[in-house]
Design a protein around this ligand. Structure first.
Ligand SMILES: [Zn+2]
Length: 136
């Protein structure tokens, strides 16, 4: 609500115009990233830079007010990936040539499931983008 246009732009530029969860480039989709609250505003999350991430519309919708999700491998409830304090490549990797994201850690696996990072629409798009050399 009180995020300035300047801060909004800073978050998106620092993310290189990519969703910080699924890495989809807004330059490929033509859909500008939304500003996502890592710790949800509904739970008291702030509009400070460290609580903000660039996200595609889809990841933002699927994340909703979640902060934790179940790791499908261990069944444990774990924190979702935090793009501000964690490094994407430590928790995720591209597989099948880049069409799918694999979770490498409990947090990575839980985030792949909760945010549906391999939903059929994005997987289909990634395959097309790969042919064009736009992904990953
Ligand atoms: Zn995304």
């Amino acid at each position: 609500m009180t995020i300035s246009e300047q801060l909004r732009r800073q978050v998106i530029i620092e993310a290189d115009y990519r969703c910080e969860y699924c890495k989809t480039s807004s330059r490929v989709t033509g859909q500008p990233p939304v500003i996502e609250h890592i710790f949800p505003r509904t739970l008291g999350g702030t509009d400070e830079r460290e609580n903000l991430a660039a996200s595609c519309y889809r990841c933002n919708e699927f994340k909703g007010a979640k902060t934790h999700a179940t790791d499908p491998e261990t069944g444990q409830l774990v924190a979702l990936f935090n793009p501000q304090s964690q490094i994407w490549t430590e928790h995720f990797a591209w597989v099948n040539g880049g069409t799918h994201v694999a979770g490498l850690t409990p947090t990575g696996r839980a985030t792949v499931m909760a945010l549906r990072l391999n939903n059929e629409n994005i997987v289909e798009s990634r395959a097309i983008w790969m042919e064009a050399g736009w992904h990953p």
